[in-house]
Design a protein around this ligand. Structure first.
Ligand code: SAJ
Length: 419
C-alpha cells in the first residue's frame, strides 16, 4: 500500500518514516524546497530524538521518497501547520492548499486523513468541499477522516506508538479504513468517533493544558506577592488524589497550546470566557517575567543592566523556537532598557541578534542569568565557571530547574519565579 504525506514537519516527517518502516511505501511532500533537498540527502531540517536513524533506514530501504509534489497513493495524510493570524483567527490556508494539491492525484477508493489540529468543523466545511472537485462521491468512493496527532515534541517516536489515538471518519467506512492503517504501528487504543468530535477532542486537550497552566501562572503571581513558594505549594496540592495542577513559567510557547484555544474563542466568543482569559494570562507571562527582572536589578541599584538569557526554544531539550516566550521576554527586557545576550545549545544558528553560540560570551559582564527553559545543559551548569565573568552574580530561574543551593554556594543570589 502507498501513503502520500503532505507536510514534512515535526509531525509529518516522523509519521512518514514510521509508515515507511512498517511495511508501507511512503511519498513525502513539502513546499519547502530546501527541506526536501536535505531529506533526499538523508539530512534533517528539524531535531527529534530517533528521527535520523529512522529516516536513513526508510530511505536506504527504498520505502521513502520525497519531493515538492504529491503522487498517486492509496492513502493521503495531511500534516501541515494550522496557525492563527494576528487577529487570533485560524489560518486554514495551509490545510486548504494541501487539500487542493492532492485533488489531481486522488482516485476512487482512496482515503484522505487530516492530522493537523483544526477548529471543529474544518473537515466538513473546508476539506470536503475541496475534495468534491475530484468528482468522486464523498464517503462512497472517497473516504475522509480526522486523526489528530497527539505526540509531544522530544518524545515523538515513543508517543506515536504508545499513545491512544482518536479517529473520526465522515462515515463508518472512513473510520474503519483509518483504524486499519494506524494499527501498523499504534499500540495504544484507537478510539473511533465522528469527524467533528475528533476535531473537538484535540482542541479540548490542548485547551485543558493552557487553562491549567494559566491557573498555575496566576498562582505564581499571587504566591510571589504573599511570600509563598508556588512550586512547593503546587507540588503539595498535587499529592491530593484529585488535583493535578500544571507548572508556571515565563509563558506558553509552541504552535499548539498557545494557538488551539483561540480556535474555541473564535468559534464561540461569548461562551469561551475562561479559555480567552487563560490565553491572556499566559500571554502576559513574558512581560511579567521581564518586569520581575527589572525589580530584582532595581533593588540592587544597577544602572544599564545586562541580562544573559538561557533558552530560546519554547521548551526543554528541543530546537523549536515557534511562538517561544523567550522572544517575547527578550523584547520586554529591551523595552525596559536592559541589554540582552542569549544562548541556547539547541538553536545552532543565530536566529536573533542577541544570540551567541558561546555561553561565556553571553555571561560576560552580565548582571543576571535568566533561565527560560529547562534544557538539561542548563540544569547541569557549573556556577563557578561563570561567577567571575559576571558583573553582578544573580540568577533568576523561571522553571525551577537549577539547584539553587549549589548556585548560592558559588556566590550567586538566586531568585525563583513565583516565590
Ligand atoms: N508549559 C508550562 N507549564 C506546564 C507545561 C507546559 O508553562 O506545566 C509550557 C511549556 O514550557 C511550553 C508550552 O507550555 O512553552 C507547551 O508545551 P507542552 O509541553 O505543554 O506542549 P507541546 O506544545 O509541546 O505539545 C502539546 C501536547 N498536548 C498536550 O499535552 C495536551 C502534545 O500532546 C500535542 O500533540 C501537541 O501539543 C500538539 O501538536 O498539539
Amino acid at each position: 500500500k502507498k501513503v502520500c504525506i503532505v507536510g514534512l514537519g515535526y509531525i509529518g516527517l516522523p509519521t512518514a518514516v514510521m509508515f515507511a518502516n512498517h511495511g508501507y511505501q511512503v511519498h513525502g511532500v513539502d513546499i519547502n524546497e530546501k527541506a526536501v533537498e536535505m531529506l533526499k540527502n538523508k539530512e534533517l531540517h528539524i531535531e527529534e530524538p530517533g528521527l535520523k536513524e529512522r529516516l536513513v533506514r526508510a530511505i536506504d530501504g527504498g520505502h521513502f521518497t520525497v519531493s515538492t509534489v504529491p503522487t498517486e497513493a492509496d492513502v493521503f495524510i495531511i500534516a501541515v501547520p494550522s496557525p492563527i493570524n494576528d487577529n487570533k483567527c485560524a489560518n486554514m490556508d495551509y490545510v486548504s492548499d494541501a487539500t487542493k494539491s492532492i485533488v489531481p492525484f486522488v482516485k476512487k477508493e482512496n482515503l484522505v486523513i487530516l492530522e493537523s489540529t483544526v477548529p471543529p468543523r474544518t473537515v466538513v466545511d473546508v476539506m470536503v468541499p475541496i475534495l468534491k472537485e475530484t468528482q468522486l462521491e464523498i464517503g462512497e468512493e472517497l473516504y475522509v477522516s480526522h486523526s489528530p496527532e497527539r505526540v509531544i515534541p522530544g518524545r515523538v517516536f515513543e508517543e506515536l506508538v504508545k499513545n491512544d489515538r482518536i479517529v473520526g471518519g465522515i462515515n463508518d467506512k472512513s473510520s474503519q479504513l483509518t483504524v486499519d492503517l494506524y494499527k501498523a504501528f499504534v499500540k495504544g487504543t484507537i478510539h473511533v468517533t465522528d469527524v467533528t468530535t475528533a476535531e473537538m477532542v484535540k482542541v479540548i486537550e490542548n485547551t485543558y493544558r493552557d487553562v491549567n497552566i494559566a491557573f498555575a501562572n496566576e498562582l505564581a503571581k499571587i504566591s510571589q506577592n504573599i511570600g509563598v513558594n508556588v512550586w512547593e505549594a503546587i507540588q503539595l496540592a498535587n499529592f491530593h488524589p484529585r488535583v493535578n495542577i500544571h507548572l508556571p513559567g515565563p509563558g506558553v510557547g509552541g504552535h499548539c497550546i498557545a494557538v488551539d484555544p483561540w480556535f474555541m474563542v473564535e468559534l464561540q466568543p461569548e461562551l469561551a470566557q475562561i479559555i480567552n482569559l487563560s490565553r491572556q494570562t499566559n500571554d502576559s507571562m513574558p512581560a511579567y517575567t521581564a518586569q520581575r527582572v527589572k525589580e530584582i536589578l532595581n533593588n540592587e541599584g544597577i544602572v544599564h543592566p545586562k541580562v544573559a538569557v538561557l533558552g530560546l526554544a519554547f521548551k526543554a531539550d528541543i530546537d523549536d523556537m515557534r511562538e517561544s516566550p523567550s522572544l517575547e521576554v527578550i523584547h520586554h527586557l529591551k523595552v525596559l532598557g536592559m541589554d540582552v545576550s542569549a544562548f541556547d545549545p539547541h538553536i545552532k544558528e543565530n536566529k536573533i541578534k542577541e544570540q551567541t553560540q558561546d555561553i561565556n560570551e553571553a555571561m560576560d559582564h552580565a548582571d543576571l542569568i535568566l533561565v527560560l527553559t529547562s534544557h538539561k545543559e542548563f540544569v547541569n551548569l557549573e556556577p563557578t565557571d561563570f561567577i567571575n565573568k559576571m558583573r553582578t552574580p544573580y540568577i533568576f530561574d523561571t522553571k525551577n530547574c537549577i539547584d539553587r543551593t549549589i548556585w548560592r554556594k558559588a556566590g550567586f543570589t538566586t531568585k525563583l519565579l513565583g516565590d
